[in-house]
Design a protein around this ligand. Structure first.
Ligand SMILES: [Zn+2]
Length: 403
């Protein structure tokens, strides 16, 4: 179990894990609200904006955006990230000469910052069942699932010597891949013991399309195809019926409350997931905010709003476990020597209890990220502030992509 302890004038907790991230989206922070103001705000209009931004990415800009995003995560106590990486090819869909150059850029960004990364290589085949591919989606797509798996083989080989780099597969969602691709992903991950992630039941339209294509809801389809396992992570798991939570069973659900809030996705029934034994982890997803402690407390606090009571589906200890050990397990990472050191004299922590579950509650529900003084990955201190070069490269990438 994850523990919080006092050490002199500090409070030390295990390194936090963000199990779901799209790092380049950090460049869009604060820039997606005009549509909502104009009365055209929805998940899908947000996605249109994000696609136009993604259309301009190149190896340099994705590196610059990701590095700043990971630096900010480290600043806020994150020592490992699961990066759900779906921009693979050139804008017209032609692979780069080096097919994995964009994935490698994102991995290098995390390692330059000093945090661990699990690159969850996305599988993307189509715009949806019976839906033509949108031009901006071309660079996400592989013609054959075997090409995508060969890319993962190549990446695993390139980073075989780096303990802080791991891999997994991520069929984007049941709307973006046919069933054969789900099976191929399952077999590859079973063979190599890798994590398998997918966006699941984030939007109601996804449920409707899955029912129309398969006559099943997404979790029912995943269960019938043997996708669910202790290595499977259902990202979002927002719109589930009780039997679907039970079907998830010993899989993970990765909640991304600050993004789900931003997008108006809805609220998952956290108590239902916990009752079904589903293991929880969290992710910053779109980087609308990058505050790992806020991500954790939002799981419980949003549940109280949804359930209209001080329900306590998860106390500070359970939330910290979700943000540390369970997050690491969900992305197949180690966490030895990963620690976050807070200033016990920070205003947000004054008056916190001495020890035990009450101290953990005080940190998880009350600590400001500002209190973080040091972050260690595998015992090594990580620099918490971006360099001038990192800021300038980030600004240049945002300027280029929003021209
Ligand atoms: Zn996502």
């Amino acid at each position: 179990m994850s523990e919080v302890r006092r050490e002199g004038e500090t409070i030390v907790l295990p390194g936090l894990v963000s199990a779901h991230s799209h790092a380049f989206q950090r460049g869009l922070r604060g820039r997606t609200h005009a549509l909502a103001r104009a009365g055209e705000g929805s998940f899908w209009s947000w996605r249109g904006l994000m696609y136009r931004f993604a259309a301009g990415l190149d190896p340099e800009s994705i590196f610059a955006l990701s590095r700043l995003a990971f630096r900010e995560l480290a600043r806020n106590g994150v020592t490992a990230v699961g990066e759900f990486h779906y921009v693979q090819h050139q804008p017209d869909g032609t692979p780069y000469d080096d097919r994995v150059v964009l994935a490698e850029s994102v991995i290098r960004a995390a390692r330059e910052v000093g945090i661990r990364i699990t690159l969850l290589r996305v599988l993307y085949a189509r715009g949806g069942w019976g839906r033509p591919l949108e031009p901006t989606q071309k660079r996400f797509v592989d013609g054959d699932v075997r090409d995508a798996l060969a890319d993962v083989d190549e990446l695993r080989k390139r980073f075989a010597g780096d303990e802080g780099v791991r891999f997994g597969l991520a069929p984007h969602s049941v709307r973006a891949v046919p069933v054969e691709w789900l099976r191929a992903a399952r077999d590859y991950c079973d063979e190599h013991g890798l994590p398998l992630h997918a966006h699941v039941a984030e939007q109601r339209r996804e449920l409707a399309e899955c029912l129309a294509e398969h006559g099943k809801r997404p979790v029912e389809l995943l269960a019938d195809e043997g996708i669910l396992s202790e290595r499977f992570v259902a990202v979002h798991a927002t719109h589930l019926r009780p039997h679907e939570a039970r079907l998830l069973g010993d899989s993970f659900a990765c909640l991304c409350r600050t993004t789900e809030r931003d997008l108006g996705d809805g609220s998952p029934d956290v108590q239902q997931l916990r009752d079904a034994g589903v293991r929880l982890c969290v992710g910053v997803d779109s980087h609308a905010r990058s505050d790992a402690l806020e991500e954790l407390r939002a799981v419980e606090l949003d549940e109280r709003v949804r359930a209209e009571g001080r329900a306590l589906a998860a106390d500070g200890t359970a939330l910290l476990e979700a943000g540390t050990n369970l997050g690491s397990a969900a992305i197949g990472q180690a966490n030895d020597g990963d620690e976050v050191v807070l200033d016990a004299n920070d205003a947000s922590l004054l008056g916190a209890p001495d020890s035990g579950p009450a101290l953990t509650d005080a940190v998880v529900f009350g600590a400001d990220a500002r209190a973080i003084r040091e972050v260690r990955v595998a015992g090594e201190s990580v620099s918490l502030e971006p360099t001038t070069e990192e800021r300038d490269a980030f600004d240049a990438a945002v300027a280029q992509l929003t021209r």
